[in-house]
Design a protein. Structure first.
Lengths: 143, 224
């Protein structure tokens, strides 16, 4: 299972997926974004008709120690670099999503500065997400 | 990027250097997170000396004596009701978009790949840290989307904080500026209690379904 890809100019999205949510109120979207250009690029938002709202989230330190999840207005992808959104790190939270079943394809638009955008047809995958060979039961690769 | 892990995942490469790491509590999922480790647990990194794929707990955490409420609103004495069984205990909330459904679904997948003689000995208990939004029916519905056999528990925020302390996981804090009067905090750690009523292993956001399956087999054999 690979996740969806799309590109626009120097920016490419790969490995995009939405795990089937357990809650009717929130879902998560993950992907890796690569910037092949010579200048940093900023992702400014996410939108999809499949959810009432979608926003980047991160974990930030709070005073007194510890971390909390907080909305993140934008994500900057350094020139020649990539940023990976993954469970327990940066992610997109989808709020009030439509019913999402495994196998559905959800068009998601990732907004980029200067009114650019990339639309990705994102698959809804099992709740366990994208797994590597190491993770498949009975296929312990000796790790 | 996402901060330091509370527990050190055993290194996969061979290493002759064994380092002792003092845990500082971190929890990467959910909302606010305490920075001090109530349990004072020390784990050993480098070559994993124990049999576990999960993270060894030394000293182990005792099965906590906590009183909570089940999804039907009835009292649930955790220690009495789960005594002598393998029990996976997780503190989370249903509006967590990423790590809570992921970890619980990993457990469900591991159980699907294990024989009945193992799974018959296992209870999975999810305690909400967001009792205002996670009412009994909300909790039951969320768990049913993952595994209908999972047990859901709630309570007052004070009872839940007491339960977190007893289990040695990071605790929520009361915060009157928050809409429900508390920060939603959880640790993204699954404690695994064995037949001896001690947790010698826990799982975290780096754990995989294979890790759960491997260690549940050991727990079912009475490995501690």
């Amino acid at each position: 299972m690979a996740g969806a890809s799309a590109a626009a100019g120097s920016v490419s999205i790969s490995g995009a997926y939405i795990p089937r949510p357990a809650s009717p109120d929130v879902a998560a979207l993950y992907f890796t974004v690569r910037n092949n250009g010579a200048a940093d690029v900023t992702l400014t938002g996410v939108r999809t008709s499949a959810a009432a709202s979608a926003g980047f989230h991160q974990y930030v330190n709070v005073s007194g120690g510890g971390q909390e999840m907080a909305p993140l207005g934008s994500i900057t992808v350094p020139a020649g670099g990539d940023v990976r959104l993954a469970p327990d790190g940066l992610h997109v939270m989808l709020e009030a999503p439509q019913a999402l079943a495994v196998g559905q394809i959800v068009p998601v638009t990732i907004e980029i500065e200067h009114q650019q955008a990339i639309t990705v047809d994102v698959p809804v995958v099992p709740m366990t997400g994208l797994q590597t060979m190491d993770d498949m039961p009975g296929m312990d690769m000796g790790g | 990027m996402a901060g330091d892990y509370r527990v050190v995942k055993p290194f996969r490469t061979v290493s002759l250097v064994v380092a002792t790491v003092i845990l500082s509590v971190v929890s990467l999922a959910g909302c606010a997170r305490d920075s001090s480790n109530a349990a004072g647990v020390t784990i050993v990194g480098g070559e994993q000396p124990g049999p576990w794929k999960g993270v060894a707990l030394d000293p182990p955490t005792a099965r906590p004596a906590i009183m909570l409420t089940d999804v039907d609103g009835l009292p649930f004495d955790f220690r009495a009701r789960t005594a002598g069984k393998i029990t996976l205990l997780y503190f989370g909330y249903t509006h967590c978009p990423d790590i809570c459904p992921l970890l619980m679904s990993y457990i469900a997948q591991a159980l699907k790949d294990l024989p009945a003689k193992v799974t018959d000995k296992v209870d999975v208990v999810f305690v909400t840290v967001d009792p205002a939004r996670d009412t009994g029916p909300v909790l039951r519905g969320w768990l049913n989307n993952i595994d209908p056999d999972f047990i859901g528990l709630t309570g007052s925020i004070e009872q839940i904080v007491a339960a977190e302390k007893a289990a040695g996981v990071p605790t929520s804090s009361m915060d009157s500026s928050e809409p429900n009067g508390y920060t939603v905090l959880h640790s993204a750690e699954v404690l695994a209690f064995g037949f001896d009523d001690e947790a010698h292993v826990l799982f975290d956001s780096a754990s995989t379904p294979t890790d759960f399956e491997h260690d549940l087999r050991l727990l079912a054999k009475g490995v501690a």
